[in-house]
Design a protein around this ligand. Structure first.
Ligand SMILES: [Zn+2]
Length: 218
């Protein structure tokens, strides 16, 4: 996980939004390899192990790291995904959830934004790519993502709502056609398999945090 992402992380617990206190145990340049993360509100603890941040709690890890489909992510699919995400370059990361993580390497040719692979299974991340494993919602603060693609295995209402919250204003959310479009998002396009929507309202986060790290919320 990239050190830059620390500012964007929040406790996934169901209390008021809180950043996490990090104790870094091993790092390689900007990449955190081993670290302990703790929530000052509820005391929950999370770990970065082998460069991967784990937020799945006590639930079995297998449930949250579905095997990638046998069909490869073709170059046509990568081009289409790049178009739907609508981001050419950005300081904020682009989230690739579940099977979309398989597009990571090829997508880097079209989208220069940092990438955040979420429950990406065995995908090997390239340089500057962060990996996290999550349960039913994203442990991210408001306006911390440029765009995000969510696969069918993760397209539940709580997950999509947490994705909408994490998007910057105008950021795109790509999700399967059968999934509900979260409140506060405007549908831009839809076909038989997917829709893409953009955020039209600002979510509210921690006022203290905005003061502390104004650069991370633009
Ligand atoms: Zn907490």
């Amino acid at each position: 996980m990239q050190r830059d992402l620390l500012d964007a992380l929040r406790c996934p617990g169901t209390h008021e939004e809180s950043w996490l206190v990090a104790m870094v145990l091993e790092a390689s340049g900007p990449t955190l390899l081993v670290a302990e993360l703790a929530c000052p509100v509820c005391g929950a603890e999370f770990r970065i192990d082998d460069g991967v941040a784990h937020f799945a709690g006590l639930a079995p890890l297998e449930r949250h790291t579905p095997a990638l489909p046998a069909e490869p992510y073709t170059s046509d699919m990568v081009l289409r995904l790049a178009a739907l995400l609508g981001v050419a370059e950005s300081q904020l990361p682009v989230g690739l959830v579940g099977r979309h993580a398989a597009a990571s390497g090829a997508l880097a040719s079209f989208v220069s934004a940092p990438q955040l692979l979420i429950n990406g299974g065995s995908v090997i991340p390239g340089p500057g790519v962060s990996r996290i494993v999550v349960a039913d919602r994203l442990p991210l603060g408001v306006e911390t993502l440029a765009a995000i693609a969510v696969d069918a295995a993760h397209a539940t209402s709580p997950f999509l709502e947490s994705a909408a919250r994490a998007l910057r204003l105008g950021g795109h959310l790509v999700a399967p056609a059968e999934a509900p479009v979260p409140a506060g998002m405007r549908e831009l396009a839809r076909d038989a398999t997917e829709w893409v929507a953009e955020t039209t309202t600002r979510a509210s986060g921690l006022v203290e945090l905005r003061r502390r790290a104004p650069d991370s919320v633009g």
